[in-house]
Design a binder for this molecule. Structure first.
Ligand code: UFG
Length: 334
């Protein structure tokens, strides 16, 4: 069975992916620099899966440490989550984002080449599309100039992988373009742990309902959408984790050596629809107010999932109520 290196393995999507891998018999070697995650997550992963992972605190920007790590561990495949991900912070501190997100990718690819690791799954984002001219957005949709340094690191990351694959025919890489991951594991033992005030909608909703925040600001009520609020394709983090396993399986059979997929449900929901779903599953009346638009927000985006459904054989199973319910169950444990 494969030894899978999961970078950012204690983070939100990484921890859920470790669980799903372990439950399918994969050996998991996780690394994380703990900049946006907690070490206790390691024991939570073991508690859910009843399997141990190998874990090392590692900063992937440190090239020599990455090399020593590959020297010490037999790795068959890599799922690379480790990255900084706050859009606003990336505008404030672009060099940190380019350094952290791109140098770590380069170091991993160099080590993969040196130690003959030939399967790589990359965390990309629907942010590569900007506001698409046509919905739902397919993988053939032209990329728009990135709206933030964070988004740019995802675009450049995809290009680096494609260029690397071109000259390394035995290396198979897959970029997964995530839409909006939310929710938590049904055990409520792992979930999203935002640092400070959350930027993203669902952690802000659950923290408001829990009394940590006074009120949710809904950014913009005058968009060209049925209820005036922005539309996104929210995907349950467990479904997203499973897409990575489908990608690893696909890497064994793919003919070309680089490919990329949208990972969403294919359904768009407005901010008000997410709030309604949350209120229904939690029984809590949320204190919210419609305020001005947030600069940089796109109006609406949701995925065409035909390619990922057909080629990876993966389809999201969990609906919006499962997402908001599990996010609330998790919030209540914090
Ligand atoms: N929103 C609010 N109030 C909040 C937070 C968010 O109304 O307090 C709204 C936003 O305006 C947007 C929707 O909720 O309409 C979703 O916002 P998120 O911040 O949760 O997610 P985004 O779609 O803005 O961002 C996500 C990822 C990014 C990625 C981006 C690409 O978090 O990593 O999609 O579009 F870059």
């Amino acid at each position: 069975m494969k030894n899978v290196l999961v970078t950012g393995g204690l983070g939100f999507i990484g921890s859920h992916t470790c669980v799903e891998l372990l439950q399918r018999g994969y050996k998991v070697i996780a690394v994380d620099n703990l900049s946006n995650s907690e070490i206790q997550v390691k024991d939570r992963i073991t508690k859910i899966s009843r399997e141990n992972i190998v874990f090392q605190q590692l900063d992937l920007v440190q090239k020599d440490e990455v090399k020593s790590f590959f020297e010490a561990h037999a790795i068959d495949s890599i799922i690379h989550f480790a990255a900084s991900k706050a859009v606003g912070e990336s505008v404030e501190n672009p060099l940190h984002y380019y350094q952290n997100n791109l140098i770590s990718l380069l170091n991993l690819l160099e080590a993969s080449k040196a130690y003959s690791v030939n399967q790589f799954v990359f965390s990309s984002s629907c942010t590569v599309y900007g506001q698409p001219d046509k919905l739902p957005v397919t993988e053939d949709t032209p990329k728009k100039p990135a709206e933030s340094p964070y988004g740019n690191t995802k675009q450049i990351g995809e290009e680096i992988l494609e260029d690397f694959c071109r000259v390394n025919p035995t290396f198979k890489a897959i970029s997964l373009r995530y839409f909006n991951p939310i929710g938590a594991h049904k055990s409520a033992l792992i979930g999203e742990l935002p640092l400070g005030v959350p930027n993203n909608l669902v952690p802000f909703i659950t923290q408001t309902a829990a009394g940590i925040r006074e009120k949710l600001n809904v950014f913009g009520g005058d968009y060209d959408t049925p209820d005036g609020t922005c539309i996104r394709d929210y995907i349950h983090v467990v479904d997203l984790a499973l897409a990575h396993i489908s990608a690893l399986e696909y890497a064994d059979r793919m003919e070309e050596n680089y490919d990329f997929f949208n990972v969403g449900t294919g359904n768009g929901f407005s901010v008000l629809e997410v709030i309604k779903s949350f209120e229904k599953v939690s029984g809590v009346n949320l204190n919210y107010e419609i305020v001005d638009r947030r600069p940089g927000d796109i109006e609406k985006i949701y995925a065409d999932t035909t390619k990922v459904n057909q080629k990876l054989g993966w389809k999201a199973k969990l609906g919006l109520d499962d997402m908001t319910h599990s996010a609330w169950e998790w919030q209540k444990t914090l």
